[in-house]
Design a protein around this ligand. Structure first.
Ligand SMILES: O=C(O)CCC(=O)C(=O)O
Length: 363
């Protein structure tokens, strides 16, 4: 449940005049306010799961530097990437080093087309062998306020983070998801992508609303390391790319019931620094101070215990900020987790690829 102070603070009526919410083309102006109120008080699935809908503070602006490059598809990768491309099964053969067959969250994909329709270029051996981690976190714990963080500063060693960032940018399919909730158009203000599927034994092909994608090898490597240091298991990797300071994620909690009680979420930063804010759900009445961390290249924050129930977090817009990747590992326990994550992180719109230093529309 969203708390009352949160709703008051995040009312679309507070933000609409400032203009982060766009008006549906079909909606007459006079009904906009009613729609905002309706969306504000209605309990729709999306409000539980999308930070954008939760706060209705999204940016109408299109992705910067968007460039149409015709009808290119994953098959039209730049030559440098194509040369590295494996058959889609190669990364995940049973004898691959991870995940082990007895991994509690893992269900083997059905065959060589499991990654369809996206081909992930092969991870350079030099990158895999250079990965180094710091496994000693600082603990930031306020039991009386339900805050329970592990802060690895950094988690990923600076000697390999630049190559890792470059590989992820160039290799992953990216999306700029748009959707409409009760007449309110939402433009997700960052690039997103997601891999993995929930812990049920639903076959990979058993989803009506999503086509799950296996977790690429490099993310599995990171996930394995994160599992070791956190003592938890995960089955989803959600990845954000904030291309500039205009990209953001507004205050929200990842407290969806499809993650189970007290979900543990491990969140890795790569690239330029960004402010990461945490506020207590009752900060207006209990006066709990806002926690602010400037996350830098390689850092990892693990949110544990009651943190997702009692706190909200955000990456606010910041003038002059540069590109930053964020990877979160989570564990979805029911089928709805898969459908929801793909709906809000892949969606139905075009795919983007990072080519020669900029995002280009690829489909
Ligand atoms: O980019 C970040 O550090 C936060 C990402 C986040 O809050 C999310 O994906 O839910």
């Amino acid at each position: 449940m969203l708390s009352l102070p949160y709703l008051i603070q995040e009312s679309p009526l507070d933000y609409y005049p400032g203009g982060d919410v766009t008006r549906s083309a079909k909606m007459p102006a006079k009904t906009q306010r009613q729609a905002n109120i309706g969306a504000f008080f209605s309990k729709v699935n999306a409000t539980k799961t999308s930070p954008e809908v939760k706060s209705l503070r999204e940016s109408p602006e299109p992705p910067s530097k968007r460039r149409k490059v015709g009808s290119s598809s994953p098959r039209d990768l730049p030559t440098s990437l194509k040369d590295e491309t494996l058959s889609t099964s190669e990364n995940f053969l049973p004898n691959a080093d991870y995940p082990p067959p007895d991994h509690p969250s893992y269900h083997p994909p059905p065959g060589p087309t499991y990654n369809h329709p996206i081909v992930i270029p092969r991870v350079p051996d030099s990158l895999l062998s250079s990965l180094k981690f710091n496994t000693k976190p600082k603990l930031i714990v306020k039991p009386e306020l339900g805050l329970d963080l592990q802060y690895f500063k950094p988690f990923i060693d600076p000697s390999c983070s630049a190559q890792l960032t470059q590989y992820l940018l160039e290799s992953l399919p990216w999306y700029r998801v748009k959707y409409t909730v009760r007449g309110i158009d939402i433009n997700t203000p960052r690039y997103t992508t997601v891999f993995g599927k929930d812990a049920t034994s639903t076959p990979w092909t058993g989803y009506d609303k999503a086509e799950p994608r296996a977790i690429p090898r490099i993310l599995l490597k990171l996930m394995q390391q994160v599992e070791e240091v956190t003592g938890m298991t995960y089955n989803f990797a959600l990845v954000n790319y904030y291309s500039s300071g205009a990209d953001s994620i507004s205050y929200h909690s990842d407290s969806e019931s499809f993650l189970g009680p007290n979900p543990c979420i491990a969140s890795i930063s790569l690239g330029a620094p960004r402010d990461f804010m945490l506020r207590h759900v009752s900060y207006q009445t209990n006066k709990a101070p806002i926690e602010k961390f400037t996350l830098t290249d390689g850092d990892m924050v693990v949110m544990r215990g009651r943190t997702q129930h009692d706190w909200q977090h955000s990456i606010p817009k910041r003038k002059n900020a540069e590109g930053r990747i964020n990877i979160t590992f989570r564990k979805g326990i029911v089928k709805y987790a898969t459908q929801n994550y793909y709906q809000y992180n892949v969606g139905k719109g075009p795919m983007y690829r990072w080519v020669k230093g900029q995002m280009v529309e690829a489909s």
